[in-house]
Design a protein. Structure first.
Length: 128
């Protein structure tokens, strides 16, 4: 097996993992709709009742798009923006200095920052 074959296998696996990272939480938001909406309201997400269905559509639709290698650049860039917004509103560790959830939110913030970086890298990939 030459390196080009390994590159395409690694790209398929990495792309699929990133797509699944958005697809599964998008689906889980459907089944936990009221809990997710309550969380968004409690975190001060503007227009949460409008934002939640949009987030679900973006996570599910663009997650599938990334897995299918369709509209890759656009999907990755939109999910990059969504991930940054989720970090700002949901994983706001800076507001939790003495709260027991500080470490958990900091960890999620850092993880999402890495996911966002991966999406930026993915958005530069030419379909070949």
């Amino acid at each position: 097996m030459n390196i080009k074959n390994l590159d395409s296998v690694a790209f398929l696996i990495g792309r699929s993992f990133l797509g699944i990272y958005f697809l599964l939480p998008g689906i889980s938001k459907i089944f936990g709709y009221s809990d997710t909406l309550s969380l968004m309201v409690s975190k001060g997400v503007p227009l949460a009742s409008i934002a939640l269905p949009i987030v679900i559509l973006l996570q599910v639709g663009l997650g599938v798009s990334i897995i299918a290698n369709k509209y890759l650049r656009e999907s990755a860039l939109i999910l990059f923006g969504l991930t940054v917004l989720i970090n700002i509103y949901i994983h706001n560790f800076w507001d939790l200095s003495s709260d027991p959830s500080f470490a958990h939110e900091l960890q999620n913030f850092v993880k999402n920052t890495a996911i966002a970086a991966g999406l930026l890298v993915l958005s530069t990939k030419d379909k070949s």
